[in-house]
Design a protein around this ligand. Structure first.
Ligand code: KIV
Length: 273
């Protein structure tokens, strides 16, 4: 199959950079090989998000996701994909301490997963770290606006930039991360005009999640988009399917057939004519 860059090779970081203002970039999260296989033909980017803490592990935030989890799931997604550019989200506590500490943990993620780049949350305060990583060959995706790793400091998962001061700060954060050399920036949970303002004012591609259709691309947590995660549905999620209902129905049908001894049938049984 030919990719959106017209070849059979994997989408690269320069391919993503070149999409500024062009055809919207399609990104979904993935944490496993089977999900990566299903999504790979349809997306430019697969993000191994720390949303796995909530969507996969049943945690109530992303804070308890570890580096080992990011490495294991990142490697699984790289194994399951052939064309998408795979980015791994750095877990809370693995990059904030200092640029060298971030570099050590990011190189481990890249070496052990085979991913193309990493994502870190944070605004202007993280710009020196982004610069340090980029200058040493690590492609960085930034993440501004609603930052789930700061959920406690922010007082919950709520949209950002509703007053002038916080709106200005988010724009300044995006500019700082862009100037530091990030190849793309996720903008999460901000009011419409901020997605547009940031996208129009930086040369870096923006990937929106609850940041309006004006961004250069969009990302959703796949479990949200396909209806497999019901604990919490932010306003910005559209459910494109109800896979959770399909799985529940399959489990109910299986249970009924086991109880009725109609499964396994002859065709599922070895040596039975
Ligand atoms: O962890 C994640 O999945 C993310 C996306 C929602 C952007 O950060």
């Amino acid at each position: 199959m030919s990719t959106s860059n017209g070849t059979n090779r994997r989408v690269t970081i320069p391919d993503i950079i070149s999409r500024k203002g062009g055809e919207p970039i399609v990104c979904l999260t993935a944490y496993s090989t089977p999900m990566a296989k299903l999504l790979d033909p349809h997306v430019d980017l697969l993000l191994v998000g720390d949303s796995m803490g909530m969507a996969l592990y049943g945690m109530d935030s992303t804070l308890a996701v570890t580096l080992d989890m990011a490495v294991a799931h990142g490697a699984a997604v790289v194994r399951g994909s052939k064309r998408a550019c795979v980015i791994v989200d750095m877990p809370f506590g693995t990059y904030e301490e200092s640029p060298p500490a971030a570099f050590r943990n990011c190189t481990r993620v890249m070496a052990e997963t085979g991913c193309a780049g990493i994502k870190i949350e944070g605004g202007a305060e993280m710009a020196p770290t982004v610069k340090f990583l980029v200058e040493r060959g690590i492609p960085v995706m930034g993440h501004v606006g609603l930052m789930p790793q700061s959920v406690h400091a922010a007082g919950g998962f709520r949209s950002q930039g509703r007053d002038e001061e916080t709106a200005n700060k988010i724009v300044a954060d995006a500019k700082a991360i862009s100037e530091a050399g990030a190849f793309s920036i996720v903008i999460e949970g901000v009011i419409e005009h901020l997605g547009r303002t940031i996208t129009e004012s930086i040369p870096t591609v923006t990937i929106g999640i609850g940041a309006s259709a004006t961004c250069d691309g969009q990302v959703l947590v796949t479990e949200d988009a396909v209806g497999m995660f019901n604990d919490f549905t932010p306003k910005f999620v559209k459910r494109f399917a109800e896979v959770g209902d399909v799985i529940g129905q399959a489990a109910a049908d299986y249970a009924a057939e086991v109880k009725a001894r109609s499964f396994p049938a002859d065709e599922h049984t070895y040596g039975k004519k």
